[in-house]
Design a binder for this molecule. Structure first.
Ligand SMILES: NC(=O)c1ccc[n+]([C@@H]2O[C@H](COP(=O)([O-])OP(=O)(O)OC[C@H]3O[C@@H](n4cnc5c(N)ncnc54)[C@H](OP(=O)(O)O)[C@@H]3O)[C@@H](O)[C@H]2O)c1
Length: 320
């Protein structure tokens, strides 16, 4: 079968013809892969210094996607073996059956973004109707899903930040109520933020950026009215470190937490897969949740790997 293999960290996956995978025990099964998304996580796993980097080589890349069972049913699942391949090994029975009308590429692309948006809103932000949510770095693929997730969960105000005005404007079509352009002076950002806070304080921040901009928002939240704000970090596209004064967490009601692979308990993981993913697949099948995709053939893995997707789009490998 064809598979995208890496032979060491910090290398580009190569398309190779390899033997189909074998089952190691009766708790596993094989699926035929239909579509598998190329996420930031898949790239990070091939790099040194990431907590989830590959430990053994050669390894098949690609962590999740859509496949067909022997009876032809389409399912979303996560691979024990890599899913940038024609076949993959999964844990027996551990999959979500997809609505028949749902585009497999869309179904493949959504769970990672949902894990970085709707899941932390519910499981870490305890999101309730009429809350105010700020999405920091909202123009990316996950940010766009986050805006729609906050709307679906009935946020009253959804504040989206980003460094590109045109892409920010598009978020209003998805449900954002206010926009903050990051590509302007700190003074202007602070002024806009304070104005937003003066109407109603922020309940939840979904932060994909970290770095200086997160530092700024944390300071502005601290300087605002005392109000429980759950600041949830999900990515660090603008920097891996911030300066945090002890004073900030003692003199405000801010809670700074994070969510990602390894942060959910087994019960939460089961809830995500058994309740939340089926729910979002239904939403997507009804057209309530939308996303921008670019499909690519696995044969083009090396070229695709070394370029960025068009802003806000997710590349999905489709296997024929
Ligand atoms: N923890 C989780 O469970 C989880 C789940 C999903 C994703 N994530 C993480 O969330 C982050 C976003 O994912 P994604 O799928 O949305 O990726 P993406 O589509 O590549 O989007 C990246 C976003 O970050 C912005 N950005 C990049 N560098 C920036 C900088 N220096 N300053 C300001 N904005 C910057 C981009 O802005 P432009 O549009 O202007 O380029 C874009 O909005 C990634 O770090 C990913 O690993 C985490």
């Amino acid at each position: 079968m064809k598979a995208a293999i890496i032979t060491g960290l910090n290398t580009t996956p190569e398309l190779r013809e390899i033997n189909e995978p074998n089952l190691e025990n009766d708790q596993q099964q094989i699926i035929t892969v239909v579509a598998s998304p190329l996420k930031n996580y898949d790239r990070l796993r091939t790099k040194s210094g990431f907590y989830g980097s590959f430990k053994t080589f050669p390894s098949i890349t690609g962590s999740d996607g859509v496949g067909t069972l022997e009876n032809g049913t389409h399912v979303y699942t996560q691979g024990i073996s890599g899913m940038f391949a024609e076949k993959a090994v999964i844990t027996k029975g551990q999959y979500v059956v997809l609505p028949e009308s749902l585009n497999p590429a869309l179904a493949a692309a959504l769970p990672n973004a949902i894990t970085g948006s709707l899941v932390p809103l519910r499981l870490r932000g305890y999101m309730k109707k009429d809350m105010t949510v700020l999405i920091n770095g909202a123009t990316g693929f996950t940010g766009q899903i986050a805006v729609q997730a906050a709307k679906y969960l009935k946020a009253k105000r959804i504040i989206a930040t980003g460094r590109d005005q045109e892409r920010l404007n598009h978020l209003k079509n998805l449900g954002a109520t206010e926009l903050i352009l990051l590509n302007q002076s700190e003074e202007k950002i602070s002024g806009q933020f304070k104005k937003i806070q003066s109407v109603a304080p922020i309940d939840i921040v979904l932060d994909y950026l970290w770095g200086h901009v997160a530092e700024l928002f944390i300071r502005l939240i601290k300087d605002g009215p005392t109000h429980q704000t759950r600041f949830i970090n999900l990515g660090n596209n603008a920097g891996t470190d911030i300066k945090l004064n002890a004073d900030t967490i003692r003199s405000s009601a801010i809670e700074i937490i994070g969510a990602g692979t390894g942060s959910y308990t087994k019960e939460e993981y089961n809830r995500i897969h058994q309740e939340i993913f089926p729910e979002i697949f239904q939403l997507a099948a009804k057209g309530i949740l939308t996303a921008n995709l670019e499909t690519a053939a696995l044969e083009n893995i090396a070229e695709v790997w070394n370029r960025k997707a068009e802003a806000g789009r997710r590349i999905v490998f489709t296997m024929n």
